[in-house]
Write a protein that binds this ligand. Structure first.
Ligand code: FES
Length: 173
């Protein structure tokens, strides 16, 4: 059973005062709750937010289901979202994604690797086309100007330096 932390509840209450309607706070509160639930939005998360925000659960579920940044299934410690839209696609985004998945031992998009570390998603343009191909890990700053070699090294580094912050690893690439 998911419960927001005391800090999480305070966060939700403060977000509720920021907007004209309570519904406008749903996205930010979902981000918070997803983070507290290991990176995904379960039905328990939706119910907990519904109670904390006094908003019907279906309204929260609609938002969680519509936006791709909310995961409705468990993900690995590193949710690697590779852009495969036009510019990134032309610069090898799809091949990069396939290579990284193979390196991580993951066969399907959305699957969690056996070691619990990796989940991959193909995402639409993240607005950084001039640094294609690029990806985002969890909610970290973008990892950009990738090559196949850098992508493979990224997976290897995340596996061996698992305790490190993703942003630290990205800077070393
Ligand atoms: S096409 Fe990949 S960031 Fe825009």
């Amino acid at each position: 059973m998911f419960k927001l932390s005391a800090e999480g509840l305070n966060y939700v209450q403060s977000e509720l005062t920021r907007y004209e309607t309570k519904q406008s706070a749903i996205i930010r509160c979902l981000y918070r709750a997803q983070d507290e639930n290991g990176g995904w939005v379960s039905n328990d998360v939706i119910n907990a937010l519904s109670e904390a925000m006094a908003i019907p659960a279906p309204q929260i579920e609609e938002v969680a289901t519509f936006y791709t940044m909310f995961n409705r299934k468990p993900v690995g410690k590193y949710h690697i979202q590779v852009c495969c839209t036009l510019t990134c696609g032309m610069m090898g985004g799809r091949e990069l994604l396939a290579l990284m998945m193979k390196e991580a031992g993951v066969k399907e998009m959305g699957e969690v690797s056996k070691d619990g570390l990796f989940t991959f998603s193909k995402v639409e343009c993240l607005g950084s086309c001039d640094t294609a191909p690029m990806l985002q890990i969890n909610r970290e700053p973008y990892t950009e100007n990738l090559t196949f070699e850098k992508g493979l090294k990224l997976v290897q580094d995340l596996r061996t330096k698992g305790g490190k912050l993703e942003s630290q690893i990205s800077k070393e690439l």
